[in-house]
Design a protein around this ligand. Sequence first.
Ligand code: PLP
Length: 427
Amino acid sequence: MSGQAISPGFDQDLANRLERIRESGLYRELREVDSPQSPRVILGGRSLLNFSSNDYLGLANHPLLREAAIKAVERYGAGAGASRLICGSLAPHHSLDAALAAFKNTAAALSFSSGYAAALGAICSLMTRGDIIILDKLVHACIVDAARLSGATVRVFAHNDLDRLERLLKWAASKRLCAADHPGSVAQGKGRVLVITETVFSMDGDLAPLREIVSLKDRYGAWLMIDEAHATGLLGPNRRGLAEEFDLGDQIEIQMGTLGKALGSAGGFICGSRLLIDFLINRARSFIFSTAPVPAASAAATAALGIVDSGEGSTRAKALRQRVQEVDCESSLHALGSVVCSSPGPRSAIIPVLLGEEYRAVAVANALRERGFLIPAIRYPTVARGHARLRITLTANHSAAETQALTHALKEVLHAPDVPHSHRSQP
Ligand SMILES: *Cc1c(COP(=O)(O)O)cnc(C)c1O
């Protein structure tokens, strides 16, 4: 090859684009954590109180998950070696799929290498051009990406707004009638209509009105997919998720979740009918064309399901609820108008403190870090521009003393003179 360097235009282009990101207060950097997930993490040689992990039940470093992972490595090695459909479908994957179906009380389940891959695989295989996908405005990026990639027509309803959802369902039903009158002329698709929502919203921590959504999708003959990423392991009498809480599991076509949050491992999954899972095995491209998950991750996730389903799971979920209540009931935070007051009933482990402008969220996060707390600012594109926030997450392993330290520090920082207030002009 000639000894030519990479095009100087390439570096210049990237430098320009990064500069624009910096100017808008949206530049991101990796923080190297030098310890397992826990209420305390070591970052840059400093021990920080961590209120930003999705390890809600404190299982990521649990002895039983570690043991399951180690045993799986000893027996099956580090890597799966191939995709599931070639020769990588190892016993730990099959055990996990069976355990997921049993846990969610569905006929079948299929695990993927990530929740992101599960969303992509399911949505893009089920929906195509001529179909309609209806999304809550705040669904996770992986659902938005999948919906776009599927080629279906995508419509979005305002967050948790049932009237808007119904209007879109009516509109979709009328489109379907048109298509039926003129077979082949309107669209190549079959006019399928799929509604997708999260049950616990990842950045706001609030819940979807799932009962009402189920009755609406039934009334208009649509299908429903729910993403229980932040509800699995936490909500419902057996901690299966919000669908279990409302006893709606068998009325929902597609149930999705991740193994990387309350289940303390890595990977994603889809639960539903045997036909759904057989279809995904045949058509979900992120499943077919990707190396099977490392056996250690699947074995650890199976161990996590065992814990969630046990007395210990119940104790851990209870401890977590207790911690959430301690922060929730901190009336002075409500007085600041920052914490979204939760209604009675099931409650997630996510407490957003809305701060507005990006620079303000960053200033507050920095001030908290100086005081020994790790709660990174969440900014665009994770949330809408001007809706930057702290996203506080609690885990079963936090102590009452730690939540108390948190609320104390929050009050101090939100009132501190060196932290800009939301309506002051940008410095
Ligand atoms: C984290 C998350 C995902 C993606 O799951 P991964 O396993 O991390 O890829 C999907 N949906 C929601 C709502 C999430 O919060």
